[in-house]
Every structure is written in structure tokens, then in C-alpha cells.
Design a binder for this molecule. Structure first.
Ligand code: B12
Ligand code: SF4
Length: 418
């Protein structure tokens, strides 16, 4: 939405409360701009929530445009907030940061199956698809998202998930997942994107979901953002592929045992190779994510990671420059040791190094980032011109629908690069 549209909407709706969400460190600026618009329009109460708001609430509440900041899960909190707003008392709501005080945190929801299925019959699904600029486009439309679990069992030092969602992984029952899929299916949705941190955490749950989906929703396709390869097995990939998972993002993140230990990333590097190969053979599009620029990482470590990442046989790879997320162990350590100040919020770059490195300058990191992309695409080009390429690609394009999707995916990526 552009500013004018937001103002038109506010004018037609005249809200008493405006809730704004921001999960991202780099999204603070946008959240502030929207809140400013709202406050200039009139004087609705503005409440901010999301992962970043949760971690950065003490600073954000000092800004004049936010009246309240909601920390952690919002479902119960927001209901209490609206009720309290009508009855005249929101100040003591658990998990709320007000202008005057920081209320104690809420405990996380234990049974996600009890969450009502969000009403989505008035969502203009087609409009969302039309404006989506995300290069990893869906295979089928309309699409919708489901968050079937929360939390992650791992503790990577660069990640803030555990600080926001607590230490426990919690998943909905298979029955509840299927109910939501069935509801979305009845609204014509044909692809579901699971917005979980670790969809595969409970092996029996995901296996049962796949089996039931094969039985009841054979025309559905699925995907999920980055998933830990530690939770995958070749058998599970087979089942997932049969159930309609056609694209898989492997959050490998590191490329050497040394760095894996350093950042507490649980990953068996050689196991990844076999899993990617299996997923490719099953006709899934494979995508790997890697992070570079950890404070103690050396040039040699990064070069080794690049070589490893490029050798795994992924169709696509993202090399992310380490971002500092408030609440992560790396962030806390850098603050504690005085290397950074607690004022990096709203920094606005995914490709620019913002974390100080012990061994490398920003220019060196930028050069390594370029080298990483170049090395990966050279490797792809080598594969394309190899004699076994068509044989390797065949499982991904062996029907007309698959072929069309492959062309679209490639076109999107080319567009993004030029
Ligand atoms: C799905 C997902 C993605 C998807 C889609 C993102 C999108 N734009 O929607 C993809 C794969 C594209 C993605 C990409 C990235 N992601 Co991401 N992503 C997630 C993930 C797994 C789920 C987000 C989600 O929708 N959750 C479900 C909803 C229900 O939760 P929620 O939005 O947080 O809302 C709840 C509460 O926060 C609260 N709440 C939220 N808003 C409000 C508002 C009000 C008023 C109230 C009362 C309450 C409230 O109530 C809600 C219900 O309980 C989260 C981790 C997580 N588990 O949350 C990471 C997460 C948000 N991503 C993260 C990151 C870093 C990224 C990337 C930058 C990756 C990278 N390596 O650089 C990119 C950038 C993407 C972009 N440009 O937008 C970080 C953000 C950390 C930070 N503070 O900045 C998170 C928290 C994961 C982490 N590892 O720490 N991501
Ligand atoms: S980076 Fe991924 S695996 Fe590591 S703690 Fe965060 S969500 Fe879990």
C-alpha cells in the first residue's frame, strides 16, 4: 500500500485502534512511517507487535507514534486489549509495554490446536498473488499461509526466534492442520505455504499430515520457508514429495564444521549433500540458504563455505550477509563487549555487512558476497552444459505443468538479477 491508499483507508474506516506488525529489524523504518501517517491523520491508538517489536519494545515505546507495544504472541493479548479499550483499562495487560511501564510477559500458548481457524473468506487472494514480487513464485494459485507450529528446538547464535517464541517447539495436531487446509481448499486455495520455523520438528506429525493430505487433498501443493536439514530424511522427502511439497528450502547457513560449532548450528554437512540429491531426484526444486560475515569468520572460512554451497547441487542459493537481530546471542555478546551500541535498529540492508568482523573489512565482505554469487552461478552454468543435465532436470519438468512452473521460476530469477 502506498501512503495515499493508507490515508484513504483510514478516512473510510475511521478506526479507534490501529495495530501495526513488524517482524524485521530492517522493517522498523516502515513501521514508524505508517504510525506517523496514522497519527497525522487523527488520533487512533497505535499498538505495535511482531518479532522486532517484541525485542525492541523499550526503545520503540519512547517514540511518540506508538502508544503501546505488544510483546510475544498476540492472539489473547489483542482480544484483551480491545475489551480493555472499550471498558477503559488496558494498562495491566500481560505482555504489554505502555508509556509508563513494562508489564510482565505472557506465557506462550500451549495448545495451538485450540486457536480458531482464521476467517479468510473475504481475503482477495488473487490481489495478493498479483502484487507478490517474491521470486520463488507458487506453483498453483490462489495461495494461503498456515502457521502450524511455533518455536525452534535449536539455538543458533545469530537467530532471535527463541527469544521471541520461547524455548519450546509447539505444533498443532494433524487434525487441526487438516481442518485449516480443508477450509482453505473450500475457498479455492490450491497451495499452502507453511510459515513455520521448523515444520518438520515432529516427524510423526508431518508424516501423518502427508499421508492424510495424499488421501484427501491430492490437488494441493505445499511449501515452507527454510527448514533444518537435521530434521530431514530421505524417506520423509519421498513422502513429502508425494503429498505435494514441490520446493524445499534447506537452511544450511554454514559451510564448515568450525563455523557450525562457532554459531551453534546443528548440521551434518555431508548429510546435506545426500538430501539435496534425493530431493532433486524426486523432482523438487531445491534452494539453499547460507549466511556470511559472522564476527570470527575468516576469509578462508567464507571461501570454504562458498565452495561447499556451490557443490551441493542446489537449483538456487541465497548468500545472506549476517544481520544483527536484537535478542540473538551474537547481538547480546557484541553489546556486552562494547563492540556495538544498542542503536542498530532499523538498519536497512540484507546484502550490506552491518556486523563488525574481527578479520575482514566491509569491502572485503562485499567482495566475498559477489564472489559467492559468481561461484554458484558458474557452477550452475557448468551443470547446464554437462551431458547429464537433461537427465537431472527431467524429474522437475516431466509434465506440462511442471515445465511451465520451471520456466516461470527461472524467468523470475533472471528478472531479479537484471
Ligand atoms: C515465514 C517467515 C518468512 C517468510 C515470509 C516473510 C514475510 N515477509 O511475511 C520468508 C521466507 C520470505 C522470510 C524471509 C525472511 N525472514 Co523471516 N520469518 C518467517 C517466520 C518463520 C514466520 C513469520 C510469521 O508469519 N509467523 C506467524 C505469525 C502469526 O507470527 P507473527 O507475525 O510474529 O505474529 C504474532 C506475534 O508476533 C504477534 N503480533 C504480530 N504483530 C502484531 C501486531 C499487534 C498489534 C499485536 C497485538 C500482536 C502482533 O501476534 C502474532 C500471533 O501470535 C519468522 C519466525 C517466526 N516463527 O515468527 C521468521 C522471521 C520473522 N524472519 C526473520 C528474518 C531475519 C528473515 C529474513 C531477513 C531472512 C534473512 N536471512 O535475511 C528474510 C527477509 C524477508 C522479507 N524481506 O520480508 C527473523 C526476523 C528477526 C528480526 N528481528 O529481524 C524471524 C523472526 C526468524 C528469526 N530467525 O529470527 N521469513
Ligand atoms: S536459525 Fe533456524 S535452526 Fe537456528 S535457531 Fe533459528 S530457526 Fe532454529
Amino acid at each position: 500500500m502506498i501512503d495515499g491508499e493508507i490515508l484513504d483507508f483510514l478516512d473510510s474506516y475511521k478506526p479507534d485502534i490501529v495495530g501495526i506488525t513488524n517482524n524485521y529489524t530492517f522493517g522498523v523504518k516502515d513501521a514508524v512511517e505508517i504510525a506517523k501517517l496514522v497519527k497525522h491523520f487523527g488520533n487512533p491508538v497505535v499498538i505495535l507487535g511482531g518479532a522486532n517489536a517484541t525485542m525492541d519494545h523499550e526503545r520503540l515505546i519512547k517514540l511518540p507514534w506508538f502508544d503501546y507495544v505488544a510483546r510475544g504472541e498476540g492472539e489473547d493479548l489483542f482480544v484483551e486489549f480491545v475489551k480493555g479499550f472499550i471498558d477503559g483499562g488496558v494498562e495491566d495487560i500481560l505482555g504489554l509495554t505502555t508509556k509508563n511501564k513494562i508489564n510482565p510477559p505472557r506465557t506462550c500458548l500451549v495448545d495451538l490446536s485450540k486457536l480458531p481457524i482464521p476467517r479468510r473468506d473475504e481475503i482477495p487472494f488473487d490481489l495478493y498473488s498479483k502484487y507478490s514480487k517474491y521470486p520463488m513464485c507458487p506453483k498453483q494459485r490462489p495461495t494461503a499461509t498456515i502457521s502450524s507450529s511455533r518455536g525452534c528446538p535449536f539455538r543458533c547464535t545469530f537467530c532471535s526466534t527463541q527469544a521471541v517464541w520461547g524455548n519450546n517447539w509447539r505444533g498443532m495436531s494433524v487434525e487441526r492442520m487438516l481442518k485449516e487446509v480443508s477450509y482453505l481448499h473450500s475457498l479455492r486455495v490450491r497451495e499452502v505455504y507453511f510459515y513455520d520455523d521448523q515444520l518438520l520438528r515432529d516427524k510423526l506429525r508431518i508424516e501423518e499430515f502427508c499421508l492424510k493430505s495424499i488421501e484427501y487433498f491430492s490437488d494441493m501443493t505445499y511449501s515452507t520457508p527454510g527448514t533444518s536439514p537435521m530434521l530431514m530424511s530421505e524417506e520423509l522427502l519421498e513422502l513429502m514429495s508425494l503429498a505435494g511439497f514441490y520446493r524445499l528450502c534447506f537452511s544450511v547457513d554454514v559451510g564448515t564444521v568450525k563455523v557450525a560449532k562457532l554459531v551453534k548450528k546443528p548440521v551434518k554437512l555431508e548429510k546435506v549433500r545426500g538430501l539435496v540429491k534425493k530431493a532433486n531426484t524426486l523432482g523438487m526444486w531445491t534452494w539453499g540458504t547460507f549466511v556470511m560475515g559472522f564476527p570470527q569468520e575468516t576469509k578462508e572460512d567464507i571461501k570454504e563455505m562458498i565452495t561447499y554451497a556451490s557443490s551441493l547441487g542446489f537449483d538456487f542459493v541465497n548468500f545472506f550477509m549476517l544481520q544483527l537481530h536484537k535478542g540473538s546471542e551474537i547481538y547480546n555478546n557484541l553489546i556486552r563487549s562494547g563492540v556495538i551500541k544498542d542503536d542498530l535498529h532499523g538498519s536497512n540492508s540484507m546484502d550490506y555487512p552491518l556486523c563488525p568482523s574481527e578479520h575482514l573489512s566491509q569491502q572485503e565482505l562485499i567482495a566475498l558476497h559477489k564472489e559467492a554469487e559468481k561461484t554458484f552461478y558458474k557452477q550452475v552454468a557448468r551443470r547446464v552444459f554437462s551431458s547429464s543435465f537433461i537427465k537431472e532436470l527431467w524429474p522437475k519438468i516431466n509434465t506440462w505443468t511442471k515445465f511451465k512452473y520451471g520456466v516461470k521460476l527461472l524467468w523470475n530469477l533472471i528478472k531479479m538479477k537484471i
